[in-house]
Design a protein around this ligand. Structure first.
Ligand code: DAT
Length: 172
């Protein structure tokens, strides 16, 4: 059976992991967190002193995932998307969170002032939405509000319906 690949993207803290894991458990698709994958495989090619974090080796991440993505049925979670092959994804969902709510979530994570400010600006200037819009066809990029549990549930249900429809059309 043909299954779609879905990208969940957006600023850190918007709820990609929460949504991705729940979707995977309800749909049977496989969930992959690119940050965790890179950490496990040490898929890094340097260290960013300014942001105090390792830099992703994007080519190795793409090589690592390409076979599974070609097979289909994968939900990818990452706060970036311009280095993934365009052919991988059938739908791209950009989660969006209001500034106050995002600030609370990131503060809980213990982010320092600079990291907090950078991530809040990233959300205000819709950096990840613009990256997605520049990297994928307009008709497959969708923004979803992710501020509260009701929106989470609604996002899950919308995406599950989308998957069901995609599977029907592509396996007819
Ligand atoms: P991300 O993977 O985008 O970094 P996450 O899934 O780890 O984000 O979520 C960050 C925090 O926010 C976490 O404590 C769970 C909470 N959260 C996620 N989605 C939410 C929602 N729709 N409503 C309320 N809280 C949410």
């Amino acid at each position: 059976m043909l299954l779609p690949n879905i990208l969940l993207t957006g600023t850190p803290g918007v709820g990609k992991t929460t949504l991705g894991k729940e979707l995977a458990s309800r749909s049977g698709l496989k969930y992959i967190n690119v940050g965790d994958l890179a950490k496990e495989g040490q898929l890094y090619d340097g260290y960013d002193e300014e942001y105090d974090c390792p830099m992703l080796d994007e080519d190795r991440v793409v090589d690592e995932l390409d076979n599974q993505m070609t097979e289909g049925g994968v939900i990818v979670d990452y706060h970036g998307c311009d280095f993934f092959p365009e052919r991988w994804f059938h739908a791209v969902f950009v989660l969006r969170t209001n500034t106050n709510e995002l600030y609370k979530r990131l503060e809980t994570r213990g982010y320092n002032e600079k990291k907090l400010k950078d991530n809040i600006e990233c959300e205000i200037f819709q950096v990840l939405y613009e990256e997605a819009a520049a990297s994928y066809k307009e008709e497959i990029v969708h923004q979803l509000p992710s501020n509260n549990p009701e929106e989470l549930e609604s996002n899950i249900n919308q995406i599950l319906k989308w998957i069901e429809q995609w599977v029907k059309v592509h396996n007819a």
